[in-house]
Each structure stands twice: as structure tokens, then as C-alpha cells.
Design a protein around this ligand. Structure first.
Ligand code: PLP
Length: 438
């Protein structure tokens, strides 16, 4: 399997090049040169398979020719050290709980898989690999935990000065060792832009090996396809359906940088039998506006209670365009978008809590609300519950009155950690830190 750049100006890359550089030299994002269709036989027994078994088959279909089978199996089984249960919310709606990993967000899946793939390509004699990650909340913790104490790797977490909860910040600030947080005097888009300019800076690349652990890295994206198949498998099991009467499945995705949605679209191309997707945004909604109006207008993000989705210029937009040859009509045929205010997101959280005692986090709530609004009679819906509510104790308390034990979210005790520099979002300032951290 080779990978091409969405900008079309760089040569095709091997998996190793695509993973180790993160972004293509022309500034585009890497995509697999073909999206293989999984043999139909796979779906026959899918409802009896574990998440690891399913993930292994999907992984082999995509990467089987570039990573040895036994090793790929180990990587996949190590990635899924936790379960991803499907939980019934309404008669026709289930939540896929992606938040039972070590940092309580779905990003654990991509980060753990990527960390293992990078280790696979890192040889003891090589220069250190520097992993840069911009975080709007959950990536930082997931990537830091995934790479913590991995030999030969240093992780730099760029986070915006405002917007993260204390728990989210704690997850990467408290690690120390090879994990270096950097506070950026700006918003998430500034962090993301800074990571991108660092990648295409020739001088920096000559001085050090750098790669990205954001969803721009294709090995964070690919493992996210796995759990869509697992969600499907559990739905068949819990609803006693088989493949033949599973025609009307709709999946709702709470979207920020559009990585999760892109993975879902790739899964559909691989043969996942879902009929369409629902896209859920908070009021930072450039993609939903694009769906509805056909015009893409990036905007400065504003803060919301679903803060991991406060993204004004989602990086995976270019991958979605690429998947559909830039054809707006084709894109609209497989998805519909909704955006909600904080008040609406909170309303759904309160409603479900009062009815069932079940706590949705603000991101899952956004996806639930969009699905509830859109699902037609006869359809079955799954929404992705992307973060554990314990990551947002203040918001949960304000909305439901419930006080959560915050310890659940604090994955690691505080130990000696690095002093956290605070810099302007400029390449010069970032370079100085990267080159002087020893
Ligand atoms: C990152 C994140 C999202 C957005 O996912 P994308 O793949 O960036 O669209 C949604 N919910 C939570 C909890 C997140 O951490």
C-alpha cells in the first residue's frame, strides 16, 4: 500500500514515510492509494467477533502488505486494551462508547495505534523522533499517554492557553519524562497551524526528525475505521439482525477536525453497511455550513462546552473533498449536518440524565441530538460517544447537578514534570524550544 498527498504535488510515499513525516512535503494530507473492500465473508460472523479480531482483519486488509501479520496483530491487540461497548439509549438509537481507554476519549485508539506503528519504524540507532501534537482538549492526553516512555521518541504537546479543562491539561502536563507541554498564546487553530508550518520548514527537518500525531497522520486515521465495524457488529447482535436486514443504519459523528468522520467514510468505502452519516457540530460549524450552503468559509473558533470541537478550519476537510472528487452533491448524498448551541447541547444532556440517569458528555450529546433530529422511522442510529463525562466535571455539575469524582479522569499521579513554556504562535519561538530541549 502506498499513500498519496491530497495536494497532488508530492510523490507517493510508503507507509513508513507517510507515518514518519505526518504531512506530505507539498503540505497535503496522505491518503491510501486505494481503499480495499473487505471480503463479504467477513460480515457473516462479524456479530460474534471481538473488537481486536475485527480490527485485525480490517488492518490486514489495508496494511497487510506492509507490516508482517504477526506484528500487526500484536499492534492491534495492544491498541485495544479496553472495550468499546454499544449502549442502548432510545429504541432506535445506540451510543458507541469510545471513551474507556486510558485518557477517556476516543483519541486513545488512534494515539495508541500510531505510537506502536512509530515504534515499529524506529530503530535504536536512529536519531530521536519528535512527535508534535496540537490539542483542542483530548488529543494531547491520548498522544502523551500513548507515547509516554517509548524509547527514542519525544512528544511536544501544543495547547491553547484557554479552553482546556483542568483534567484535560493534567493528563499531559503531569507525565514528565519524554512528554513536553508547550502553552500557545492563541487558540487551537494557531496550535494546528504552527505544527503544520514546523513540518514544512526545511531547516528544522534537517536538524531533527519530526512527525505529527494529529489526525493529519494517516496512522491515527486508519485505526478509527476499526470501531465503526465493531459498532455495527454489536448492533447486529443486540438487535438480532443479520446483514440482510441491516440496510438502514445511520451513524452520527460529533465533528471537530473531521478525522473521525473521514474514518467513517473510509469504512463505508471498505464495505461497512451503513446508509449514511449525520454530522454534528457545535456553533463552530464551517463543515455543516459547507454541507448546507456549498461554501467553505473557515472562521475563528469560539469557545463552547463541547470544546474538543471548537475548530474553525478542520484539517481533514481536504481528505473529505478528495474522497468525493470535490463534488459537493456527492458529499451531500451520504451525510447531513446540524449544529447546536451550548444551550441545546445542555438540554439533551439534561433530558437523557433526567430520563435514564445516563450522563452524556457534551460531544456525545451533540451527536445524539443531531441523530434524534434526523433519524427517520425504520432507521437504526448509532452515535459516537467520544469522551467520558468525567472529563468535564464542572459542566456536568452545572447541567445535571451531579458532582462527579474527578479522580476517574486523572490517569496518572503527578510526578516531576517539566516547566511548561508559554510562547506566541510563531515558528521562531517553537523552533527555539524544540532545538534547546534536551
Ligand atoms: C477530538 C474530539 C472530537 C472531534 O473529533 P475529530 O476527529 O477532530 O472531528 C469530538 N469529541 C471529542 C471528545 C474529541 O476529543
Amino acid at each position: 500500500m502506498q499513500f498519496y498527498s491530497t495536494n497532488g504535488l508530492s510523490p507517493h510515499a510508503s507507509l513508513e514515510e507517510a507515518v514518519m513525516t505526518g504531512l506530505a512535503p507539498d503540505g497535503g494530507l496522505y491518503m491510501p492509494e486505494r481503499i480495499p473492500v473487505i471480503p463479504r465473508a467477513f460480515f457473516k460472523n462479524i456479530s460474534e467477533m471481538s473488537v481486536s479480531d475485527i480490527a485485525y482483519i480490517v488492518a490486514t486488509t489495508v496494511l497487510g502488505d506492509v507490516i508482517d501479520a504477526a506484528e500487526l496483530k500484536q499492534i492491534v491487540f495492544d491498541t485495544f486494551s479496553f472495550d468499546i461497548p454499544l449502549r442502548k439509549i432510545d429504541n432506535d438509537i445506540h451510543a458507541l462508547e469510545l471513551f474507556h481507554g486510558p485518557t477517556l476519549a476516543f483519541k486513545d485508539v488512534g494515539a495508541r495505534f500510531l505510537a506502536r506503528i512509530i515504534s515499529h519504524f524506529t530503530h535504536p540507532s536512529d536519531k530521536e523522533v519528535n512527535v508534535l501534537v496540537a490539542t483542542s482538549g483530548d488529543s494531547g492526553g491520548a498522544v502523551a499517554a500513548g507515547f509516554h516512555r517509548v524509547p527514542g521518541v519525544r512528544v511536544f504537546v501544543l495547547y491553547p492557553e484557554r479552553g482546556l479543562t483542568a483534567v484535560q491539561r493534567h493528563q499531559f502536563i503531569s507525565l514528565g519524562d519524554n512528554v513536553y507541554p508547550i502553552e500557545i498564546m492563541g487558540n487551537f487553530d494557531d496550535c494546528q497551524r504552527l505544527v503544520k508550518v514546523a513540518f514544512v520548514d526545511k531547516g528544522l527537518r534537517e536538524d531533527m526528525r519530526i512527525t505529527s500525531a494529529n489526525s493529519i497522520n494517516v496512522c491515527r486515521l486508519l485505526p478509527q475505521t476499526f470501531y465503526y465495524f465493531y459498532g455495527y457488529s454489536q448492533l447486529l447482535r443486540s438487535e438480532r439482525m443479520d446483514r440482510n436486514d441491516s440496510g438502514n443504519i445511520v451513524i452520527s459523528v460529533p465533528c471537530g477536525n473531521l478525522g473521525n468522520l473521514t474514518a467513517g467514510l473510509i469504512a463505508k468505502r471498505m464495505g461497512l453497511p451503513v446508509s449514511r452519516f449525520v454530522v454534528a457540530n457545535n456553533i463552530n460549524n464551517p463543515f455543516v455550513r459547507y454541507l448546507n450552503e456549498g461554501i467553505y468559509a473557515p472562521a475563528k473558533p469560539v469557545r463552547t462546552i463541547a470544546c474538543a470541537m471548537d475548530v474553525g478550519n478542520p484539517s481533514n476537510f481536504s481528505r473529505i473533498l478528495d474522497l468525493f472528487d470535490g463534488d459537493h452533491e456527492k458529499i451531500r448524498q451520504v451525510m447531513k449536518g446540524y449544529s447546536f448551541t451550548d444551550k441545546e447541547i445542555a438540554e439533551s444532556m439534561r433530558e437523557i440524565y433526567n430520563r435514564d440517569g445516563y450522563i452524556l458528555d457534551p460531544h456525545g450529546s451533540t451527536a445524539y441530538r443531531a441523530l434524534r433530529k434526523d433519524l427517520a422511522p425504520g432507521e437504526k442510529g448509532i452515535f459516537l460517544a467520544t469522551a467520558h463525562p468525567a472529563k468535564f466535571p464542572d459542566i456536568i455539575r452545572q447541567i445535571t447537578g451531579l458532582t462527579l469524582n474527578e479522580n476517574k479522569a486523572v490517569c496518572c499521579e503527578v510526578r516531576d514534570h517539566h516547566l511548561t513554556p508559554r510562547i506566541t504562535p510563531s515558528l521562531a519561538a517553537l523552533k527555539k524550544i524544540l532545538l534547546t530541549t534536551t
